[in-house]
Design a protein around this ligand. Structure first.
Ligand code: KIV
Length: 265
């Protein structure tokens, strides 16, 4: 349950200013949420990755707003301190009114902010939502909902022109009112450049150690992933309990030990 001691977006922005690294994980139920909250995880994301790790799909395409709302309401019950971010699934933000209607469902389920993938026309959607009171996090780089367009889960923005575009998109997202960004699977120097280009927290996944924070899918960092990409570390082998693995992750992120060079592109 979100209480008055819960982290808010101003505190997360302050963490960036203070160069205090932000630890974020995905989560889908109340029990794991309680353990993460106690371990000091700052942000918990009810990601549409639930389509793969909970529902067993091949991709995140096919996850519904109702799925995310259900898991958001479960996770919210386990929280006291962590900031709760809810993913807008594929097809849930193709127009301003559809995005607004679905964002309201996720905030009503307990989310403190919604996350949506992509730039281009999405920047106008972000502008529409934020000017109507919906807190938004943008998701750039590898956007798994576009996996079929991208031709697979691949590192993005390796070419200079694409990297320049990504930095411009990050700045445009901030100008449109986004208060946080996730950037996925890009070369580490680009993660650093994006972080320096915006005042809002940049949370990386496969984007190097110079992002303002890090996120991993819970199942991956517990060593349960079917396929472990290069950017994932398994925190279970050196922990006696799952709660201990969450604590080890938080500490490794805070101390800048995760991600290491071996996790970077
Ligand atoms: O859905 C998800 O879990 C995500 C993370 C990979 C950032 O978007």
């Amino acid at each position: 349950m979100t209480t008055s001691s819960a982290l808010n977006i101003n505190q997360l922005i302050q963490m960036k200013q203070d160069r205090e690294k932000i630890a974020m994980l995905t989560c889908y139920d109340a029990t794991f949420a309680r353990a993460m909250d106690r371990a000091g995880v700052d942000i918990i994301l009810v990601g549409d990755s639930l389509g793969m790790v909970i529902q067993g799909r091949e991709s995140t395409v096919g996850v519904s707003v109702e799925d995310i709302a259900y898991h958001t309401s479960c996770v919210a019950k386990g929280l006291e301190r962590s900031f709760l971010l809810a993913d807008m699934p594929f097809g849930s933000f193709y127009s301003e009114s559809v995005a607004m209607e679905n964002a309201v469902k996720l905030l009503s389920a307990g989310g403190a902010m919604v996350k949506l993938e992509g730039a281009g026309p999405m920047i106008e959607i972000v502008d529409y939502l934020t000017s109507r009171g919906v807190p938004v996090c943008g998701h750039l780089g590898l956007t798994p909902q576009s996996v079929h367009q991208l031709g697979g889960f691949k590192v993005q923005a390796r070419e200079a022109a694409d990297a320049r575009q990504l930095v411009e998109d990050a700045v445009s997202m901030q100008q449109a009112g986004a208060q946080m960004l996730v950037v996925e699977c890009v070369p580490a120097p680009l993660g650093k450049e994006v972080s320096a280009s915006v005042d809002i927290p940049l949370i990386g996944i496969g984007a190097g150690s110079d992002c303002d924070g890090q996120v991993l899918v819970m199942h991956d960092m517990l060593g349960l992933g079917e396929w472990m990409p290069k950017f994932v570390a398994d925190f279970m082998p050196h922990s006696e309990t799952i709660q201990g693995a969450f604590e080890a992750y938080v500490l490794a992120v805070r101390e800048g030990r995760f991600p290491g060079r071996e996790h970077e592109y």
